[in-house]
Design a protein around this ligand. Structure first.
Ligand code: PEP
Ligand code: MN
Length: 333
């Protein structure tokens, strides 16, 4: 349920109402906008008398939210959420460029790539240390050592680091990682989502391979309902009957998610396509439809990459793409 308060409502009256609502057993999320203050009520609202609340002199309107997702719903929080990571901001008109290799392979590799993507204009460095591979015989990532190498690259460049967490048991290792990525394969690992909801880290939540937008938003809801509101949604391609690309980039997810939710929405054209030569076109398309950022795989030696070389841009290709993205941003901003 959402309760919109009239603009002249005093703090005292607002607090009184919030106290009463909490006493009725619901959680109250307050969103102060430019014109209206919105109280978003979560929990069992069936005991609340909607007519009684609507009749209060400080209340502008009361509406029930029919969607099952509440905290991430745009109706709960009309303004865009901006997720801040160090100097980088994503959402609400701020564009975040995240780049780096699929996997951290060595100190030299990650530091070389980190310097190159920073120079090109990336704000954050990605690098997988725990890798969810389809085959148990494939490279599984450097794990804890990979996270340490990412921290070295951060120290060398100042770029905040983004890395995938596959199990809540690994959380202590991620204490000094700036953004925790939930990969497509773990989008509905609800126990993991709940544990991440109890942290104060920004979470980059990828859409599952075969999940609907509603399911993606329900997964964001798991994190937010546990208390963490810093969630970035990521469209990374879904399974369809496409035969020449790794996945199908559902570009319409970007405007649709923006309508449904206040959370930032970024796009991963690398996993969406699996083909480096078409990554730039998809990155530009995502930018043109107002994505709040991109996450792009970049490798200094793609043919020898231990993971996802075929979809990785070389640093100079990435730098060229960044210039184009800046040009498109000027037009759509
Ligand atoms: C990745 O980012 O390297 C990755 C494994 O992505 P996804 O979960 O989208 O497949
Ligand atoms: Mn990858």
């Amino acid at each position: 349920m959402i309760v919109a308060l009239k603009p002249q409502t005093t703090e005292d009256r607002k607090d009184q109402l919030i106290g009463w609502l909490k006493g009725m057993g619901v959680d109250v999320h307050v969103s102060v906008g430019e014109y209206l203050t919105i109280l978003g009520l979560v929990g069992d609202t069936t005991r609340l008398d909607i007519d009684l609340i609507g009749s209060l002199d400080i209340v502008d309107s009361v509406n029930r939210i029919t969607e099952p997702f509440k905290c991430c719903n745009r109706k709960f929080h009309p303004d865009d959420t901006v997720v801040e990571i160090g100097d980088a901001k994503i959402g609400g008109g701020h564009f975040g460029m995240i780049a780096g290799p699929c996997s951290v392979e060595s100190e030299d590799q990650i530091v070389t790539i980190a310097k190159a993507v920073k120079e090109a204009g990336a704000q954050l460095l990605r690098g997988g240390a725990f890798k969810p591979r389809t085959s148990p015989y494939d490279f599984q990532g450097l794990k804890a050592e990979g996270l340490e190498l990412l921290k070295i690259a951060r120290a060398e460049t100042g770029l905040p680091i983004v890395s995938e967490i596959m199990s809540a048991a690994d959380l202590p290792l991620f204490e000094d990682v700036d953004v925790l990525q939930v990969g497509a394969r773990n989008m509905q690992n609800f126990d993991l989502l709940k544990e991440l909801g109890a942290t104060n880290k920004p979470i980059l939540l990828k859409r599952g391979l075969a999940n609907s937008l509603k399911e993606l938003l329900m997964s964001a809801e798991y994190i937010m309902a546990s208390g963490n509101e810093q969630v970035i949604l990521c469209e990374r391609g879904i399974r369809t009957f496409s035969d020449y690309t790794r996945n199908t980039l559902d570009i319409s997810a970007v405007p649709m998610l923006h309508e449904l939710s206040h959370l930032p929405v970024i796009v991963d054209p690398s996993h969406a396509t699996g083909i480096a030569r078409i990554v730039p076109q998809m990155a530009m398309a995502a930018t043109a439809c107002n994505a709040d950022g991109l996450i792009i795989e970049v490798h200094n030696d793609p043919p020898h990459a231990l993971c996802d070389g075929a979809q990785s841009l070389r640093p100079e290709e990435f730098a060229d793409l960044c210039e184009k993205i800046r040009a498109i941003r000027k037009v759509v901003a």
